[in-house]
Design a protein around this ligand. Structure first.
Ligand code: FMN
Length: 245
């Protein structure tokens, strides 16, 4: 193994979301190792502004799945965890703490995302697979009621984990030269590189779907960004005590 690679890097570079799982459960030891890895992530100002709710009750899982656009893998994965930004805990210990600032939303979201990625990487290193579920934000009021999330807590994303029952190819990423730059943001992008990447993504979808889907990356982002997603979000955040100042 050369100095520029490691088993961690290999696991990270082999990542692909898994949406079909076997029936096999995740052991307590594996779960504890994944949780400890998630908690080892860095934390802004050491605020540890996150809470993770494991949905182990099958009836509750069904209802959560319904709120997540009925994505089947939310129900079928061995594990489903809801990652939340959490400032409620801080207010329990320090009631005079000042919360509700927009910056704290970023802190909570960043801390929690770092935990989530650590959890998935740890799981993948154990031979498990998973997929993040942003759809936990589809009906956030209902999810808060269901999971009894108090003010100061918001669901950010879910994570399905389990043993893979599929083996998809990793999805091609943007050429690194389009994403990484040095000293200054680039004044323009190389159109040729974008076109090549579009073709690569089209080829990936064509191969993966047996010709049923042939979307380019620019086509995909055009569709996704054609309208406002979850237009209720600002009201929801404020109701939960985030972004009020
Ligand atoms: C925050 C977040 C939310 C996501 N939400 C969903 C989701 O609700 N359903 C889903 O099938 N995939 C979801 N994904 C997975 C992405 O579609 C996937 O990561 C992306 O297409 C890249 O594919 P890959 O993970 O296989 O490399 C989500 C990913 C992230 C990071």
């Amino acid at each position: 193994m050369s100095a520029a690679t490691s088993s961690t890097i290999t696991v990270m570079r082999q990542h692909r979301s898994i949406r079909q799982f076997t029936e096999q459960t995740v052991s307590d030891e594996q779960r504890n190792a994944i949780m400890a890895s998630a908690q080892a992530a860095s934390s802004s100002s050491f605020l540890q502004a996150s809470a993770v709710i494991r949905i182990s009750d099958p009836n509750l899982r069904e209802r959560v799945m319904a709120l997540c656009g009925n994505q089947a893998y939310v129900g079928s994965a061995a594990e489903f965890w809801v990652f939340c930004a959490d400032f409620h805990r801080h207010l329990q210990w320090v009631p005079e703490a000042k919360t509700g600032f927009a910056e704290q939303l970023l802190i909570g979201a960043i801390d929690t995302a770092l935990m989530g990625q650590n959890a998935l990487t740890a799981a993948e290193s154990l031979g498990l697979g998973g997929v993040f579920i942003g759809a936990v934000r589809n009906q956030p009021h209902e999810l808060c009621d269901l999971l009894r999330l108090p003010k100061g807590v918001i669901p950010l994303f879910g994570l399905c984990l389990g043993y893979p029952a599929q083996d998809p190819e990793p999805k091609p990423r943007l050429p690194s030269s389009l994403m990484f730059c040095e000293n200054h943001y680039p004044s323009e992008f190389d159109a040729r590189q974008m076109q090549d990447y579009d073709q690569q993504v089209q080829h990936y979808y064509r191969t993966r779907t047996g010709g049923n889907k042939e979307m380019s990356w620019t086509g995909q982002i055009g569709d996704t960004l054609a309208k406002e997603a979850r237009p209720f979000m600002l009201d929801f955040l404020r109701q939960q005590g985030f972004c009020v100042r």
